[in-house]
Design a protein around this ligand. Structure first.
Ligand code: PLP
Length: 395
């Protein structure tokens, strides 16, 4: 038999990972995602999930999911453009558009394929996409699927953006500026008011991926666009249903024209089965909960402020985050991973994030505070950070 099946080339690459010390096993979660989880058999405080509002295991979302299953089953049976477009999906889009204060919202199966599908559908050869250098991987992949040209500006640097706009205006037909609303590794917010001004000056369209802003910023989590009062001036606002909303899925909110076009040309919707009823039922309930009350986002911000002020007082470098994302910057890659390991031994899970996810020498423990944490859990986490910081000579 041929030895092609040995996948020797992959074995060599895996060995390289081992030689570089970056080979790893995935941690195994043995409970629902929450403020405390069972991880590899041990109960630990979880400071690493994107479950900002504690919705991933919320009783109201679970009941809504069960109700949707009872009425609609477990699968939608087809892509939306054939016969997988259930009334549930339509109702969700109506609720989402209302929540986001936009004319329409178009739902995808994930935030990732929302970017993969939308960017290529709204751009073509002769256009240019101008992207912040720290934009999410799914934006980079989405941009690669487009036939448009690309420009990259320095992170949140408006001079750098304007230089590319100036150079591009005569050369290209449409210009699309893309930015994350909240940058996930540092927690800083995009300079949307300035970006919108520049976009209008150069007649460019704007596209904001608000994965970490929706459910977090703005009135009751309406997002970064709402936070800055820029409704009607951002053409495409992306959100995920997997982070603060606690389930799975993605969407783009904007005009009816956007909706009509994506309905015909968004490839993940044309060629991949629609979200299952359970997910859609749970998401709709979550959005309704946010429209009913600011209770969840209020608690999220209260916890975030509490944790940040305690960590800052201890003397850690917590960067310049403007959101609940709290990076504790250690610097050295090996030290960062060692810090994470020692925290886990003390019952606190915070994954270490190092190069290539963040620049070399800026290794960090990215703490994600949620509405579901109690003050006692946050105190315990701070205490563990203090002990490990002292043990390792960082404090
Ligand atoms: C997490 C994330 C995504 C992907 O969303 P999923 O729903 O997990 O697929 C897209 N964009 C940004 C900026 C993100 O942070």
């Amino acid at each position: 038999m041929s030895n092609v099946h040995e996948l020797k080339f992959l074995k060599e690459k895996i060995q390289e990972l081992k030689d570089q010390g970056v080979y790893r096993k995935l941690p195994v979660l043995e409970s629902a995602s929450g403020a405390e989880v069972l991880l590899n058999g041990k109960r630990v405080i979880n400071l690493s999930s994107n479950n900002y509002l504690g919705f991933a295991n919320h009783p109201r979302l679970k009941s809504a999911a069960i109700k949707a299953i009872e009425e609609y089953g477990v699968g939608s049976g087809a892509v939306r453009t054939i016969i997988g477009n259930m009334k549930l999906h339509e109702d969700l889009e109506t609720v989402l558009a209302k929540f986001k204060r936009e004319e329409a919202a178009f739902v995808y199966q994930s935030g990732f394929n929302c970017n993969a599908g939308t960017i290529q559908a709204i751009t073509e050869a002769g256009d240019i996409i101008i992207s912040d250098e720290l934009n999410h991987a799914s934006i980079i992949d989405g941009t690669r699927l487009s036939k448009a040209a690309r420009g990259i500006y320095k992170h949140s640097d408006m001079d750098s953006l304007e230089a590319i706009l100036k150079e591009s205006r005569e050369k290209y037909r449409n210009i699309l500026i893309i930015t994350d609303g909240v940058f996930s590794m540092d927690g800083d917010i995009a300079k949307l008011p300035e970006i919108v001004q520049l976009a209008e000056k150069y007649e460019a369209m704007t596209y904001v991926d608000d994965a970490h802003g929706s459910g977090v910023l703005g009135e009751s989590g309406r997002g970064t666009v709402d936070h800055f009062g820029l409704h009607g001036r951002i053409d495409f606002t992306i959100g995920t249903l997997s982070k603060a909303i606690g389930v799975v899925g993605g969407y783009v909110a904007g005009s009816n024209t956007m909706y009509e076009w994506l309905n015909h040309r968004a490839r993940p919707v044309l060629f991949s089965t629609s979200l299952p009823p359970a997910a859609v039922g749970a998401i709709t309930e979550a959005i309704n909960m946010l429209m009913e009350s600011t209770e969840y986002t209020d608690r999220l911000w209260e916890n975030a402020k509490y944790f940040k002020s305690k960590m800052g007082t201890l003397g850690f470098d917590i960067g310049n985050s403007e959101t609940p994302i709290t990076p504790v910057i250690i610097g050295d890659e090996a030290k960062t991973m060692e810090f994470s390991k020692r925290l886990l031994e003390k019952g606190v899970f915070v994954s270490g994030i190092v190069f290539p996810t963040v620049p070399k020498g800026t290794g960090r423990l990215r703490c994600m505070v949620t509405a579901g944490h109690s003050k006692e859990q946050l105190d315990e986490a701070v205490e563990a950070f203090k002990k490990v910081g002292e043990e390792m000579g960082i404090l």
